[in-house]
Design a protein around this ligand. Structure first.
Ligand SMILES: Cc1cc2nc3c(=O)[nH]c(=O)nc-3n(C[C@H](O)[C@H](O)[C@H](O)COP(=O)(O)OP(=O)(O)OC[C@H]3O[C@@H](n4cnc5c(N)ncnc54)[C@H](O)[C@@H]3O)c2cc1C
Length: 632
């Protein structure tokens, strides 16, 4: 071995090691890539185990004597969360790895690892978590087998580098641990046994086979009391205010603090689910109870409860499609190899095989399915010869439904039994004629608070890792949040007012919209708070003037208004130790705001550019006074 890399020339007759695939997923993509890697491992006859990083302890990486002789190789798939941080699921393992008591060079000396980072090079901290993780593993003595970084900006998306990464990884492993004589790599058109298998239970009503639902201590079942459109009816963007409350007096207050987020698990549209069941020929079984079986660990997996009082996971096949999988979300490229063995017409089998072929085939698959954000359902509706057994539902129908996060826009001190959310309903167009719609926001928008049949909604209250108010209420805060970025900032400002820390000299917000008439979110409320002296509010209205007439000249954004207030902003930051909050869309805005603050430091602080950069990174960011929570 040299330079920490495993030398393929060291091929031996050693038993094939177990591949442990560990994913740290932010939106489910790393998980999908993990399962793809797992299937390739199965085709190459490596014993494999796939785990969410949340369930992994440092001890699992330190090889034990009882590992069966073959040892193990760990493949890490590490997503990049907001602001270049680790996904929350990786926090525990990462802090264990950082422990200063671990001897360098020897702690992980028996570990071989491959690592693949998921990122988007249009953001400044591209693949930072993967880079930090890799460095730490090497410092602790682990040997790197292969490494890759996937970039959403690549014309083939993450696959542009993931495919070559997998090919290189298995070439290397097969060279190091040659296949036993007589064993062949399984071809792509052979269906592998599913890792997660959906089982129809024998009899509907036989509850002995049902598990207790997956428990979550932070989930509260809340009643929806408001679903109100905030943007004007003819505006292209539908933004709504949702309000949820504790349904009975007997239940305790909600446990959250300003800056936290609410995570909601969407429900797929009933009619679409019935159509899907019909297409797959599963309608006759729709009311039978099902169980998800993990074939790795040979045990059933508990599913989240569907009602607040459920003691058993009474999930029918229809419930499963509605609540637990995502056939109506944008597909992932891994769909095509999964469908391929189940196509019964030659034409469709060939087309799917083409989509799985490196080069032009991948390019076609990207164009047909990925760039267009086609859904699994739309592909099944087009590839009519695909006949799927129910057992494949967990694997093929888009993967596990995940919660979507929304910032809490209300104050726990003012309304401890209610939360408000400000939600932009996701709808956009691609080359496909039918508009693409967000699964969660479409579902939320459809809920009617005045309808007594609207069920209680399970809401998980999650602490924000980023947004916290300064411990000292006299510290000024400067908040920048165009669009729905206003949501968490409203929560912070209302909390300050409730705590007696109001005042224009301590609370400044910069908000942004397109038009004074159409999308000035909660404009009247902000005007009132401003008039009452609680907060200094500055609006950037990009397309109109304050009266709603089309704007003459260049568009104005929050960063422009921030620059105009540069002197006051600089005084608050430098002399009064203000904290800066930036929330909203993760596009160009956060970088634009940073540039504006650098300009202000130059103009009003007399700093050179490099001094200004150092000031922002060392005094503000490292000092915990720069808090950015942005989402895509
Ligand atoms: C910590 C945090 C706080 C958040 N707070 C809020 C909040 O307060 N308010 C709020 O509205 N949102 C907020 N979000 C964002 C929200 O979680 C997402 O918008 C969520 O994905 C919406 O769920 P959905 O199921 O409706 O959309 P999904 O089905 O998940 O679809 C969203 C995806 O669609 C794609 N997409 C969306 N628009 C386009 C487009 N124009 N072109 C191409 N692709 C597109 C993108 O890939 C996007 O990720 C927050 C996110 C995080 C992480």
């Amino acid at each position: 071995m040299s330079n920490g890399l495993v030398d393929a020339a060291e091929a031996s007759t050693a038993p094939r090691p177990r591949l442990r695939i560990i994913y740290a997923s932010a939106t489910g993509t790393a998980q999908d890539l993990a399962y793809r890697c797992g299937r390739l491992a199965q085709r190459n006859h490596f014993p494999v185990r796939i785990d969410d990083v949340e369930r992994v302890h440092l001890d699992d990486l330190i090889e034990h004597d009882g590992d069966g002789g073959g040892g193990h190789v760990v493949v890490f798939l590490v997503a990049t969360a907001g602001n270049g941080s680790f996904p929350p699921s990786a926090t525990s393992l990462w802090s264990q790895l950082l422990s200063s008591s671990l001897p360098l060079g020897s702690t992980l000396q028996r570990l071989q690892f491959a690592i693949f980072g998921l990122g988007d090079s249009s953001y400044p901290r591209f693949c930072w978590p993967e880079r930090m993780m890799r460095k730490r593993l090497v410092d602790l003595g682990a040997k790197e087998v292969e490494r890759g970084e996937g970039d959403e900006q690549h014309y083939l998306g993450l696959d542009g580098t993931y495919q070559p990464f997998l090919a290189a990884l298995f070439d290397r492993l097969n060279a190091q641990y040659p296949l036993p004589l007589g064993m062949e790599i399984l071809p792509d058109d052979v269906a592998l046994p599913p890792t997660l298998e959906l089982r129809l239970l024998d009899e509907c009503g036989d509850e002995s086979q049902l598990l207790a639902p997956a428990a979550s201590t932070t989930t509260r079942w809340l009643r929806l009391v408001k679903n109100e459109r905030l943007t004007s009816p003819d505006h292209f963007q539908d933004v709504r205010l949702f309000e949820f409350e504790v349904p009975t007096d007997k239940e305790p207050d909600l446990n959250f603090i300003a800056g936290d987020v609410a995570a909601l698990r969407p429900v797929n549209d009933l009619q679409s689910c019935l159509a899907l069941l019909d297409r797959l020929g599963w309608t006759k079984d729709k009311d039978r109870f099902v169980q998800v079986w993990d074939t790795q660990s040979q045990r059933a997996i508990s599913l989240p409860a569907l009602t607040p009082t459920a003691t058993k996971s009474q999930t029918t096949l229809l419930d499963y499609i509605q609540h637990h999988v995502t056939p109506f979300s944008a597909l992932r490229p891994s769909l095509f190899p999964l469908l391929r063995p189940f196509a019964t017409s030659d034409v469709e089998r060939e087309k799917l095989a083409e989509f799985c072929t490196p080069g032009e085939g991948y390019e076609d698959a990207m164009e047909y399915g990925v760039r267009t954000k086609r859904t699994v359902w739309e592909v099944l509706d087009e590839f009519r010869s695909v006949q799927l057994p129910v057992a494949r539902a967990a694997e093929v129908l888009g993967g596990e439904m995940r919660e979507r996060e929304f910032s809490i826009a209300s104050s726990p001190s003012l309304t401890p039994r209610r939360i408000q959310l400000l939600v932009a309903i996701v709808q956009y167009r691609t080359r496909i004629r039918t508009p693409r719609r967000g699964v969660a926001t479409r579902w939320l928008a459809s809920l009617d608070p005045s309808d007594p049949t609207t069920p209680l909604i399970p809401v998980q209250l999650r602490p924000s890792t980023i947004l916290r108010l300064p411990p000292d209420d006299s510290t000024p805060i400067i908040c920048v949040g165009p669009g729905t970025g206003v949501a968490p900032l409203r929560g912070l400002i209302l909390e300050r007012i409730a705590r007696g820390a109001g005042g224009k000299e301590r609370n400044t917000v910069f908000l942004g919209c397109r038009s004074a008439r159409d999308d000035k979110l909660l404009g009247d409320e902000w005007d009132q708070l401003h008039a009452q002296g609680h907060v200094a509010v500055h609006w950037a209205i990009s397309r109109t003037n304050q009266e709603g007439k089309p704007r003459k000249g260049a568009r104005e954004y929050v960063q422009d208004v921030l620059r105009r207030q540069g002197e006051a902003v600089w005084d608050q930051i430098l002399l009064e130790g203000a904290w800066v909050y930036i929330c909203g869309s993760s596009g160009k805005m956060p970088e634009g705001v940073r540039e504006a603050v650098l300009d202000i430091a130059e103009e009003h602080g007399g700093l050179e550019r490099d001094q200004a950069e150092r000031f922002v990174s060392e005094r503000l960011e490292a000092g915990g006074r720069w808090r950015e929570e942005c989402w895509s």
